[in-house]
Design a protein. Structure first.
Length: 117
């Protein structure tokens, strides 16, 4: 059966309370310059390879944050990534689990994951 819907994820929206602070934090952990434009006063598109991430302060509410990871960020070295995030002072929720992934929180409390690919 053919479907007009592609088998792809275009982008993930993350609810954030302060778009500028969120832009700076996410760009810092991803090693990006935080010099991109904030769109319409509430959106920031993080330049990613593959599936995109859009930070959105308009959809933010404490009850709408990610309580479980909706996706994971990839790494080639989980130990290096874990130490990097620890050195950045990121709120780590788990140790490296099954030698493969760990969970952390962003400043708004969204639970995210980094996983070795």
């Amino acid at each position: 059966m053919d479907s007009p819907i592609l088998k792809q994820i275009g982008t993930v929206f993350i609810p954030v309370s302060d778009i500028e602070k969120a832009r700076d934090w996410y760009c810092d952990i991803l090693g990006l310059h935080a010099d991109g434009e904030i769109l319409f006063g509430h959106l920031y598109v993080i330049p990613m390879k593959g599936t995109g991430i859009v930070l959105d302060s308009k959809i933010y509410a404490k009850d709408k944050i990610f309580k479980t990871p909706a996706f994971h960020l990839n790494t080639n070295n989980i130990g290096e990534a874990f130490q990097y995030m620890r050195n950045k002072g990121v709120h780590l929720l788990t140790e490296i689990e099954h030698h493969h992934y760990f969970n952390f929180k962003d400043p708004d409390g969204n639970i995210l994951m980094i996983s070795e690919c």
